[in-house]
Ligand binder design. Structure first.
Ligand code: AMP
Length: 279
C-alpha cells in the first residue's frame, strides 16, 4: 500500500495505474475508520482493480463551534485497517495541502442543501461538495463509493456529478450498524457509556417507524411524531426528524412515493444522524 501525502504523489500513482489499464475506485473519508468505511472499500474493490481511500478532516465542512479540532484521529490504526482490507493507496494529504491560503472557489449544490443537515449546519454541504470535487479532480476515479448513512450527502454528490459532468460512477453503500442497531460513526467514540446505551433509541425509533409504514401508516406527521417521542424518551435532544421525498428532499405529508425518514439528535454534546428508506 502506498501512502500519498501530496497531491503530486497521488496523481503520479494514479497515472501509473491508468497507463496499465487499471480502473480506480475512491473511498473518501475523514478517518478514524470503522466497519462502515471498510464496507465501502469492499464495494470499491468489486468495481475497480485499485482502491484509493482518502483520509482528510476537511475544515471547510465544519461550522464555527463544531468538532473540527477534537474530531477523532488515529492514523496508525487507520493505516493498519487499510492494509488488512487490501487498499492499494491511502491519500492522506497534509492539512494545508488541500486549500491555498487564497482559496476562493466553491461548489454549491442548490435546492438539496437547504434542508435537513444543511439547515442545522449552514455551509456544511458547500464544504463537502468542494472537497469531493477536489478529490475527484486529484484522483480521477472511475468509481467513488459513499455511504447511505449520509443520505443527503449522497444526493448532493450525485447531483454535482450529473450537473458538472464528472466522469465518475457514484456507488451507494448500505448503512453498517453495531450489534444493537446504532449506526456506526467515528463520532460514536465521543459518547459516554450511558449516552452510548441510550443512543440505540435512534435506530429503534426508525425501525418502529418503518414497521408502522409497512403496517399501513402513511401519515408523515404521525411517523415523525413517533420517532421524536421515542428519541426524547431515550434522553436524546432532537435536532430534526424529517420525512422527505427521496428525489428532492422536500418534506412530504403522506408517504405515497419513495421517502426518506431522516434524524439528527444530540446525546450529550454528540450529534448523531441516521435514516431509513420508506417505500
Ligand atoms: P466520514 O469519515 O464519516 O466522513 O464517512 C466517510 C464515508 O463513509 C461516507 O461516505 C459515509 O457515508 C460512510 N459511512 C460512515 N459511516 C457509515 C456506516 N455506518 N455505514 C456505511 N457507510 C458509512
Amino acid at each position: 500500500m502506498t501512502i500519498c501525502r501530496t497531491i503530486e504523489e497521488m496523481r503520479a500513482q494514479v497515472r501509473d495505474w491508468r497507463q496499465a489499464g487499471l480502473r480506480v475506485g475512491l473511498v473518501p473519508t475523514m478517518g478514524y475508520l470503522h466497519e462502515g468505511h471498510m464496507s465501502l472499500v469492499d464495494l470499491a474493490a468489486q468495481r475497480a482493480e485499485r482502491v484509493v481511500l482518502s483520509i482528510y478532516v476537511n475544515p471547510t465542512q465544519f461550522g464555527p463551534g463544531e468538532d473540527l479540532d477534537k474530531y477523532p484521529r488515529d492514523f496508525a490504526r487507520d493505516e493498519a485497517l487499510c492494509r488488512q482490507r487490501g487498499v492499494q493507496a491511502l491519500f492522506y494529504p497534509e492539512s494545508r495541502a488541500m486549500y491555498a491560503p487564497s482559496h476562493s472557489t466553491w461548489v454549491v449544490v442548490e435546492g438539496l442543501t437547504e434542508t435537513l443537515c444543511g439547515r442545522s449546519r449552514p455551509g456544511h454541504f458547500r464544504g463537502v461538495s468542494t472537497v469531493v470535487t477536489k478529490l475527484f479532480n486529484i484522483v480521477q476515479p472511475d468509481v467513488a463509493v459513499f455511504g447511505r448513512k449520509d443520505a443527503q450527502q449522497v444526493l448532493v454528490i450525485q447531483r454535482l456529478v450529473r450537473d458538472l459532468d464528472q466522469p465518475v460512477e457514484v456507488v451507494v453503500a448500505p448503512i453498517v450498524r453495531e450489534a444493537d442497531g446504532l449506526a456506526m460513526s467515528s463520532r460514536n467514540t465521543y459518547l459516554s457509556a450511558d449516552e452510548r446505551r441510550r443512543a440505540v433509541c435512534i435506530s429503534q425509533a426508525l425501525q418502529d417507524a418503518a414497521d408502522g409504514y409497512a403496517g399501513g401508516e402513511l401519515d408523515a406527521c404521525r411517523l415523525r411524531a413517533g420517532v421524536t417521542a421515542r428519541i426524547q424518551a431515550g434522553g436524546g435532544r432532537v435536532d430534526y426528524v424529517e420525512c422527505v421525498s427521496r428525489d428532492t428532499l422536500q418534506a412530504v405529508t403522506r408517504v405515497d412515493q419513495p421517502a426518506l425518514l431522516a434524524v439528527a439528535a444530540f446525546f450529550g454534546k454528540t450529534r448523531l444522524i441516521d435514516n431509513v428508506y420508506l417505500g
